[in-house]
Design a binder for this molecule. Structure first.
Ligand code: NAP
Length: 252
């Protein structure tokens, strides 16, 4: 059991705090975002404290602030050399965190999504996933990532999630227009995609192999993949990912 603190009690901190409290860790969250903090107290018995008291009460401190306020919120805090820090903040470099969290020097970065609470959320870890494994496996698989730039590029793939959801919403809407039942159309579309992804094999080349197994000569599947390529959907995706990667300091 570890004493775990959260600086920033927003969208991403809440499911992490619930997961870790459920696993038996002693969790303290910062008093900011009173509504979320109160809900965490009521549902999972976490403690609430001001930022310095969160740091003082914790072996592990998760930094879950928006990047624009990160430095100003962290700078006044006194960390300890024996503490472990985990940042989930896109675009806040590890060097910046080292400078502002000193003397704490065990600093790792990861990218959680809220469904980590239910399990199955892959967590890339830089410089290594040691602590993340201890806290989040076996429910969530941890992947070691070799460089900070590589870690940042994973944020670009995470941004693909709302992009794909947007496409799925268009597909579901189209089906709803054809069937005059938008609710059933969205449920069906969501079940189809989530069921397919949940049960398919994983590994290098598997996505293309699944596509090719479906999109064979004369099929509706091939008609779809061809139309998307001809409509430059892949080009649009790559342009978006390059732009997001460049914003996060990728070598592009
Ligand atoms: N949302 C996601 O799915 C997700 C996924 C991966 C990574 N991230 C990263 O997680 C970070 C937070 O994102 P979010 O979506 O959770 O944002 P959010 O919902 O806006 O949460 C930010 C939290 O920080 C608090 N805060 C602001 N100033 C503070 C201060 N001086 N001291 C303590 N707390 C302060 C806010 O409190 P008030 O509401 O009281 O201002 C709020 O609770 C971002 O850097 C983002 O890149 C998010």
């Amino acid at each position: 059991m570890k004493r775990i603190g959260f600086i920033g009690t927003g969208h991403i901190a809440a499911p992490m705090a619930r997961f870790l409290a459920y696993k038996g860790h002693r969790v303290t969250v910062s008093v900011r975002n009173a509504e979320t903090a109160a809900a965490l107290v009521a549902s999972h018995g976490v403690s609430v404290a001001d930022n310095q008291d969160v740091v003082d009460a914790s072996d592990v401190v998760f930094l879950c602030l928006r990047p624009t306020v990160a430095v100003s919120a962290i700078t006044p805090l006194a960390f300890r050399a024996d503490q472990q820090i985990v940042s989930v903040m896109a675009g806040v470099t590890r060097d910046t965190l080292r400078e502002h969290c000193a003397p704490a020097s065990d600093i790792s970065v990861t990218i959680p999504l809220g469904f980590l609470e239910q399990g199955g959320c892959p967590l890339p870890g830089f410089p290594d996933g040691r602590l993340l494994r201890e806290l989040f496996e076996p429910e969530n698989p941890v992947h070691d990532v070799a460089t900070e730039t590589a870690l940042n590029m994973h944020f670009a793939v995470c941004a693909m999630v709302p992009g794909i959801l947007d496409l799925l919403a268009s597909g579901a809407e189209w089906l709803g227009d054809q069937t005059a039942d938008r609710q059933a159309a969205e449920v069906y579309t969501t079940q189809l995609m989530s069921g397919y992804l949940a049960t398919m094999a994983r590994g290098q080349g598997q996505l293309a192999a699944e596509r090719d197994a479906l999109a064979t000569e004369g099929t509706l599947s091939l008609q779809m993949t061809t139309a998307l390529r001809e409509g430059r959907a892949h080009e649009a995706l790559t342009v978006a990912m390059d732009a997001i990667g460049a914003r996060l300091g990728g070598k592009l």
